[in-house]
Write a protein that binds this ligand. Sequence first.
Ligand SMILES: [Fe+2]
Ligand SMILES: [Fe+2]
Length: 247
Amino acid sequence: VTPAISTDTQREHLASLPLRDKRFSVARRWVECNNLPPGAPGDIEEFLHRQMNEEVNSLECSAKSLADFPDSDWEMQLFLARQSWDESRHAVAFRLLYESRDGVLGATPILNFQYEIISGFTTLLERLIIQNRSFEAGGLDAIERGIDENASDPDLIQLYDSQLADEILHVRFANDWIRRHCAKKPVTVLTLGRTYAAAVRLFNDVMGPEGVAGVAAAPALSRVEAGFTQAEIEASAPPSRDGSGSR
Ligand SMILES: [Fe+2]
Ligand SMILES: [Fe+2]
């Protein structure tokens, strides 16, 4: 499979892609997806379908970390198992809402960039930095924006509310764990910066300028609950895990 990422210096981080059955058309870059203007007919349904697959990516990444790091402490293993369960519920919730609106699985392209990027890193620390502290933290912002922008859609708001409660815990656990790691081993701060920068480059390569243009700032209230300091919130311009990019 040809990697979506073209940045030669980052190529070593890329893993193979997860399998999808033949109903699904897997896009490699954001511009290859059906990017309907906000409010256009089918816009919400396309988002539900793509986000369903994003949640499957999150499940696949947390489950892979559980399998790849069997010597991690028991608390971490329990967390990864719980996260896998949470992400599977999110995928089902998005699927059910999509199908309740006559959505057909595979109707529009999906992206697997999360798995491709995250699973290509070889340490648990790097994966938590990217999956939980970067992509899922960006997801918190996307959910907050979604709640603000879809007040007239109670079913979607209910889904967002329950998802947000789980995602805050996912980000918070990783933040706490990484902070303890930094306290024990200060050089971890360098890994944090280097890994974060690599994630931004890889993410931007998939999304392109079109995919990140016009993303409105989020109130970032959830980031506070997820354990970010005010300085970190102000300093960060993290990549969103929301595959719809400009939504
Ligand atoms: Fe999720
Ligand atoms: Fe999550």
